[in-house]
Design a protein around this ligand. Structure first.
Ligand code: SAH
Ligand code: SF4
Length: 445
């Protein structure tokens, strides 16, 4: 999947000095559990052993700066950055040699200094229901997952934001991992690029560029986009808590939404948070995507237990932040995710309380009821289908849409909450110890 090395024609002495960026902080330095951005310095460049810079994940402005630092004058750097950006994100090329509007002599100059990266694919699995899961690896050897869910009317890519998670929702398999590190913007947008590679969804040369026809045509709601692509929607619902990696997620989604590149509408992107209240406003203001909130319980007692961040940011604060979410409206509702756990959060009374809370805060809301997806050692069971139906009916009769999500990709552990890499099995005692450890970290902040 890596860009091919191209013949190196320039003498090494002519190599530009590329600004040195300290090596990626790794496991030992990383976990500052629960903090808003566990990476203290915004790093937009992943240093490589060969000194070249991976362009994926960098904004156009940054690419121009690098070209200038490498010796181009400011005007040429800006023009080249614009061309290269288009090739990277609109055409999906992974080889400078394919950039046909860039002079033939310039291409090896680029290849000597820069690369066009993709996450490495360790394993690709296909579910009987069409869901696909990829186990991916960062350049420094950390594994994470990405899932593609095809539906009749859309195709959704479920993207990871972190390797592991600082939080420890008790029903979530990812929560049983420690946070290894945040993914960089390049590793996040790289998942989308890789999915497009695999699905064969980059425009071929000579093919009409439909994005030029405007948003109405390429982004008609409800159907496959008119240009026939399978990948139409993105959800930040893979491994990790995206609002604890705000800057990198923002950088990546800005690339995904850039009209000169992947050009996916913000209406087709949803970010899911477990409830990092202080970052929700910024998410709406600065990223502007749809919001999903992992509510999962309506009382303090139960939410404290199953979504422990609730001890820090309670239900009332969370719902107020939803009411204030920039851009939420009846046309762009907030999704409340509610995992159905037997005898834990699934009573009629819970359903009625959910309706009361949504009404109290006057929220433009829809509720997604997610049957609990089991994993080895999970301390809960899924509610019965009858219970889920009864719960859904109560919410629905109150005028709030409450579909029951069909689990997808369960046979390959690709369903919600089943993602977990380095799949060693932890004992009950180990799981409890990890839970206590993450709890203490949240509380001592
Ligand atoms: N960290 C973010 C996004 C990733 S989790 C968040 O918590 O919102 C994506 C969704 O899957 C969340 O709603 C999460 O609560 C849900 N989920 C986690 N484990 C699950 C499980 N075992 N079964 C069903 N849904 C689960
Ligand atoms: Fe982290 Fe989300 Fe899983 Fe909670 S549900 S542990 S926030 S990935």
């Amino acid at each position: 999947m890596r860009a091919k090395l191209i013949g190196q024609t320039l003498p090494l002495a002519k190599l530009p000095s590329i600004p040195y960026v300290p090596a990626m902080p790794d496991t030992a330095l990383m976990p500052i559990p629960g903090q808003i951005d566990p990476v203290p310095v915004a790093r937009d460049i992943t240093p490589r052993a060969d000194g070249r810079v991976d362009l994926i994940g960098l904004p156009k402005r940054r690419i121009a700066e690098l070209f200038e630092a490498a010796g181009l004058d400011a005007k040429a750097a800006k023009l080249r950055a614009k061309q290269v950006f288009h090739w990277l994100y609109h055409r999906g090329v992974t080889d400078f040699d394919a950039m046909t509007d860039i002079a033939k002599t310039m291409r090896p100059w680029l290849a000597e200094r820069f690369v066009i990266g993709r996450p490495q694919v360790v394993e690709a699995q296909h579910s009987t229901d069409g869901t696909r899961k990829w186990l991916l690896r960062t350049d420094d050897g950390h594994d994470f997952e990405m899932v593609f869910i095809p539906d009749a009317d859309r195709g959704t890519l479920c993207v990871s934001s972190q390797v592991g998670c600082t939080l420890n929702c008790r029903f979530c398999h990812t929560g049983t991992m420690r946070l290894v590190r945040n993914l960089t913007p390049g590793e996040i947008v790289g998942q989308v690029m890789l999915a497009r590679d695999t699905l064969g969804e980059w425009p071929k040369s000579g093919q009409a560029d439909l994005s030029a026809l405007g948003d109405d045509l390429v982004d008609d709601e409800g159907g496959y986009s008119s240009d026939g692509r399978l990948l139409t929607n993105i959800v930040m619902m893979g491994m990790g808590e995206p609002l604890y990696n705000f800057d990198n997620v923002k950088g990546a989604l800005q690339l995904v939404m850039d009209g000169d590149g992947l050009a996916l509408s913000k209406r087709r992107i949803t970010l899911s948070t477990s409830g990092v209240v202080p970052m929700m406003d910024r998410c709406g203001e600065e990223i502007g995507v749809n919001l999903a909130v992992s509510l999962h319980a309506v009382t303090k007692e139960v939410r404290d237990e199953i979504v422990p961040i609730n001890r820090k940011y309670g239900i009332e604060d969370l719902l107020q932040a939803c009411a204030d979410y920039p851009g939420a409206s009846n046309a762009r509702r907030i999704t409340f995710e509610y995992v159905m756990l037997k005898d834990k959060n699934d009573s009629d009374e819970d359903a009625r309380e959910l309706v009361r809370l949504i009404r109290k805060y006057n929220l433009p809301a829809k509720v997604n009821l997610i049957p609990f997806n089991p994993w080895p050692g999970a301390p809960y069971e899924c509610s019965t289908p009858e219970r889920i139906r009864a719960f859904s009916n109560i919410v629905f009769e109150a005028g709030i849409s409450a579909p029951v999500r069909t689990p997808r990709g369960r046979d390959i552990d690709a369903a919600c909450g089943q993602l977990k890499t380095a799949a060693e099995k932890k004992s009950r005692a180990e799981l409890d110890r990890l839970y206590a450890e993450k709890q203490a970290a949240l509380e001592t902040e």
